[in-house]
Design a protein around this ligand. Structure first.
Ligand SMILES: Cc1ncc(COP(=O)(O)O)c(C=O)c1O
Length: 380
């Protein structure tokens, strides 16, 4: 089955009892049992819920994994993966990682004796050199946020395998249509389903996909033990979003490429970061591991903060807002918005300056979006 078919069908099998093609939402917190120790498959919705199971099946199918797990947020999913670790263990995290992931390892897991080291994962030698006898996990994002760096997941997975490390890849920016990290050798795929997977900026959610049975059982235990599960209604909304994931990603990607090409030609713009721009240093790698370039791009405005602010505040169609991956176009200033939780020194080191603007390009009409960007550039 190809992706568009899976997106429509996975986890959306007609209801067994009634044939309803839009399956019911099971809001029950608890389930009547036929006798002591004789549940009919479900006991309590934190440990298992039919609507959540549909979503978990869908995510596993889209990511070509054997198992899926759903959570109440992307960070809850990340917390569960981090909780596989013990005191003394170390994680190697790629530079340019989502600020919330950095904060979680830096200010929460560090309290439990789990350490981390930031690495330049574009440089395989430096990644290998960073591995110590305490390293247990490598944490990647590709494309990275907000500079859209592309990491060679297949090559990194070989390093991880050789050293017996878990490779977790946050695939939120790409979505399962554009990239399947498990097929490239990753152990666990992580999603903030808040973004492309649900696609309508109307819920917060997270998910994991993996094939390793033992790790799955451990993560399923942690999901129940830690309790950060999504509500059945949010699972339903996410499943509903998934039905159009293919269509949305095609439109996001073609709109974003057109805008990236327009920005590249502007004399107001210094650098444009978009994986499928031919001028991008990692264009070939991106083409190898991604189907399309996706809806996210960022660029630097000549002249620093003032023109970047003027650009952002002159946009009429794009809303000035954090987050990404919804049908509507959003624009933001990473240094003062999404990445403001990073210490300034860390931000500067990563290249997130005051001149950087990030766009989450939606699925509106391409010419309307191009017109909006063009008029805002004139005011920058
Ligand atoms: C790449 C990435 N991973 C994880 C998260 C966290 O997801 P959530 O906000 O659903 O907790 C985000 C949020 O912006 C993100 O951009």
């Amino acid at each position: 089955m190809r992706f568009a078919t899976k997106a429509v069908r996975a986890g959306n099998e007609p209801d067994e009892k009634t044939g309803a093609v839009s399956p019911p939402i099971y809001t029950a917190s608890t389930f009547a049992q036929d006798g002591i120790g004789k549940p009919r498959g479900y006991e309590y919705s934190r440990s298992g819920n039919p609507t959540r199971e549909r979503l978990e099946r869908a995510v596993a199918t889209l990511e070509q994994g054997r198992h899926g797990l759903a959570f109440s947020s992307g960070l809850a999913a990340i917390t569960n993966v981090g909780s596989l670790l013990k005191k003394g263990d170390q994680v190697l995290i790629c530079n340019d990682v989502y600020g919330g992931t950095f904060r979680l390892f830096n200010r929460v897991f560090s309290n439990f004796g789990i350490t981390f080291k930031m690495v330049d994962a574009t440089d395989l030698d430096s990644l290998e050199r960073a591995v110590s006898n305490r390293t247990r996990m490598v944490w990647l994002e590709s494309p990275t946020n907000p500079l859209m760096a592309i990491l060679d997941i297949r090559a990194i997975s070989k390093v991880a395998k050789n050293r017996g490390l878990i490779l977790a890849v946050d695939n939120t920016f790409a979505s399962p249509y554009l990239q399947n990290p498990l097929k490239l050798g990753a152990t666990i795929v992580v999603h903030s389903t808040t973004k492309y997977i649900s696609g309508h900026s109307d819920l917060i959610g997270g998910a994991l996909a993996l094939s390793d049975q033992e790790l799955y059982e451990r993560l399923k235990f942690l999901q129940n033990a830690m309790g950060a599960v999504p509500s059945p209604f949010d699972c339903y909304l996410t499943l509903r979003g998934i039905r159009t994931l293919y269509l949305r990603m095609v439109q996001h990607s073609s709109n974003a490429l057109a805008i990236a090409e327009l920005l590249e030609k502007s004399d107001k713009v210094r650098n444009v970061y978009y994986p499928f721009l031919r001028s991008s240093k990692t264009y070939k790698l991106a083409r190898r591991q991604m189907v399309l370039g996706g809806g996210m791009l960022s660029f630097t405005v000549k002249g620093g903060y003032k023109p970047a602010k003027a650009f952002l505040e002159s946009l009429k169609l794009f809303s000035l807002a954090e987050s990404l991956g919804g049908v509507e176009s959003l624009a933001e200033h990473p240094a003062r918005m999404t990445h403001s939780s990073l210490p300034e020194k860390e931000r500067k080191k990563m290249g997130i300056g005051d001149d950087l603007v990030r766009l989450s390009v939606g699925v509106e009409d391409r010419d309307d979006l191009l017109g909006d960007v063009e008029q805002a550039l004139k005011r920058a």
